[in-house]
Design a protein around this ligand. Structure first.
Ligand SMILES: Cc1cc2nc3c(=O)[nH]c(=O)nc-3n(C[C@H](O)[C@H](O)[C@H](O)COP(=O)(O)OP(=O)(O)OC[C@H]3O[C@@H](n4cnc5c(N)ncnc54)[C@H](O)[C@@H]3O)c2cc1C
Length: 379
């Protein structure tokens, strides 16, 4: 693997960095307090090509690689993890699913709208009783001639209410059988499809998380993605790539928390010296810096393999698991370095602390990542 960061990646990262400083940073706490999902900001990111990073240019996307995708999510998440999460869910899950498994008609219709953020995308796999155990889903799609009737509720869906289009994975076979799920594209406004309860969250509060409710929702068979029964296999592939984005999100949060703590430790004086001169503090900074670099390298390795079209099941689970645990550790230590000030909303670390925890849960918990990794190493 070549560790040199390309000119393109550096330029793209700079655009994301500037955008985050100018268009996100001034509003971070306002959005966090009000739990406002800033759709206009997401659309502005679309105009800069950040909402269709991996989408080929022929479908209106930026046609960039996973290296640039990682850099964008990392830079945005250094300032606001909520926007990083929305960016990741839109690009990797909804758009990614259609890009990987959609028909030519579906790609031509949806990818240009998603890549420009004219439409915001959602992706629904999780249900109230089936998170890690997603194969046991209850939301069903029953075929009636050329149509399917969807019935059930998807929970914890990023952009569940605001999304203009959703990829929904429904049970179309017997519970617990291997090929029991099928993916469908459902547009907002389809009768029987509505947004439900919005979650009141610990962190990532500007990223909308809500139910998607399907009541006698009729969609044409042309909305089906791929073969009947292939939905769960497709989802696992989508999540393989998605985990690189959550790892990048976790890395961005860790870097944001570390940089704030590093600066503060040199400014804050106790016992007539900067607190960074205490070994207890400097060793925390050393651990933070080391773990961040190690997480970065794991993610880069996952990006490299993904760019080359190789299997990333093991490496993306490793990157997601490690980076998200690092993110929580770093954010926790950053609050500790800030002392009492870190416990207030006047400094950014309390938000990094709250936001970081999502990374060990979303798109497969740390425990599930270890199951995936163990399965791969024991093959
Ligand atoms: C902010 C946010 C955004 C999200 N966005 C989306 C989205 O856009 N689309 C979507 O489909 N989903 C989304 N999710 C759902 C997310 O993927 C699930 O929350 C996650 O997969 C965990 O499922 P669960 O919450 O049901 O936990 P559970 O599966 O109930 O797990 C509870 C605990 O049990 C552990 N556990 C479960 N099974 C095992 C096992 N076999 N071995 C060991 N431990 C186990 C877990 O690790 C966890 O610690 C989102 C969640 C959040 C919080």
């Amino acid at each position: 693997m070549n560790f040199e960061i390309s000119e393109t990646t550096m330029q793209v990262a700079q655009v994301a960095r500037d955008f985050a400083q100018q268009q996100i940073k001034p509003f971070v706490m306002e959005w966090d307090e009000s739990q406002e999902f800033p759709a206009a900001t997401i659309k502005a990111m679309g105009a800069l090509g950040m909402m269709g990073v991996l989408v080929p240019e022929q479908y209106g996307g930026s046609g960039l690689s996973y290296f640039e995708y990682k850099a964008i999510i990392e830079e945005i998440s250094k300032v606001d993890g909520s926007i990083g999460l929305s960016l990741a869910a839109h690009n990797s899950l909804c758009t990614g699913h259609i890009m990987m498994f959609g028909s030519e008609e579906q790609k031509s219709k949806y990818l240009p709208r998603l890549a420009s953020a004219e439409w915001i995308g959602a992706w629904g796999l999780t249900e109230a009783n089936t998170g890690s155990d997603a194969g046991n889903m209850k939301c069903t799609a029953v075929r009636k001639g050329d149509q399917w009737i969807i019935e059930g509720t998807k929970n914890w869906i990023t952009h569940g209410r605001t999304g203009d289009v959703a990829v929904v994975i429904c049970r179309t076979g017997e519970p617990r059988s291997k090929s029991n799920a099928t993916a469908f594209i459902v547009e907002k406004g389809t009768p029987g499809f509505s947004g439900g309860k919005k979650e009141n969250k610990l962190g990532m509060r500007a990223s909308e998380t809500a139910e998607m409710v399907f009541e006698n929702c009729v969609v044409s068979d042309t909305c089906r993605i791929g073969e009947v029964g292939d939905g769960f296999r497709q989802s696992l592939k989508v999540l393989d790539g998605g985990r690189i984005s959550i790892a990048s999100l976790a890395l961005g949060i860790a870097r944001g928390a570390y940089e704030a703590a590093l600066k503060y430790s040199q400014e804050r004086h106790q016992f007539d010296q900067p607190i960074s001169s205490f070994q207890a503090i400097s060793f925390k900074l050393a651990d933070m810096a080391t773990e961040i670099e190690a997480a970065d390298l794991l993610i880069l390795q996952a990006c490299d393999l993904k760019n080359r079209g190789e299997s990333v099941t093991k490496i993306s689970a490793m990157a997601k698991y490690y980076a998200s645990e690092v993110s929580v550790r770093v954010a926790t230590d950053a609050v500790q370095i800030f002392g009492g000030y870190g416990y207030t909303k006047d400094f950014p670390v309390e938000k990094f602390y709250r936001d970081s925890k999502l990374c060990t849960i979303g798109e497969g918990t740390s425990e599930i990542q270890k199951i995936v990794i163990a399965r791969e190493v024991l093959k």
